[in-house]
Design a protein around this ligand. Sequence first.
Ligand code: COA
Length: 254
Amino acid sequence: MADVIVTQSGPVLEIRLNRPDKKNALTGEMYDAVEAAFKRADADPQIRVVVLTGTGDTFTSGNDIRDFQARAATREGIQVSPFLNALSSLTKPLVAAVNGAAVGVGTTMLAHADLVVAVRAARFVMPFTSLGLVPEAASSLLFPLLVGYQRASALLLLGEAIDADTACEWGLVNKVVSEADLMSTARDYASRLAALPPEAVRQTKALIRNGRPDVPGRIEEELALFRQRLRSAEAAEAFQAFMEKRKPDFSRFS
Ligand code: COA
């Protein structure tokens, strides 16, 4: 079975992250597949809405840490940039159905979704600093706007996790539902959006988005730092600790 499954049902394109044995950790190939699906949705007039979800108990555990390590070692760039550009410039509405933990980019990507449904067991965490990294997907810009400066600092600086009810209260999630109701709720949002006049929907989405400051510029600014951080000794210690299933030790860094 593919790591990303894309299915079309009438006007709705459904993208499913499907690597449950690795908690849907995102590899370069998976970013490419999701990016291609976003581009397909934008190009195909038959597609009016995109739904994004994951298989198993995790929405996604974020970027694959082995991939991070391999790229840092070979000094290769990270593959996330085209995915982030396609996500942030998607013209059709995106409904996210968060089926469990959303880690790192699993949470940052939600600031680009138009409607978010989450199961009660969902957890949202952006542990960038504890990995020796910095935020991505313009989250350093969008989260202070979305949840306020202090809450954004708790999420991004401290890497504090929040549960689904808190995410709903803070405006990151529209609705919290039981596992059994997740896909029916997301598909209900999708079919309601698909039944509306498509140009009015696209223009309204663009108007809502256009109120935000320079998102593409912040994505690039963050990624420039992120690429440096990937090769840092702090990140190397964090990745190695994850692989060895131990707590990282940052005491030697100044
Ligand atoms: N990259 C690579 N592998 C990952 C991964 C990731 N981001 N997240 C999970 N996995 C792998 C684990 O290494 C483990 O592999 P193994 O079976 O070969 O040992 C498998 O997925 C299951 O993960 P496990 O940690 O045992 O599951 P859990 O239910 O106890 O915890 C998470 C789930 C998501 C909370 C936990 O896996 C986690 O914190 N992952 C790292 C998240 C992270 O820091 N992401 C980067 C953000 S920038």
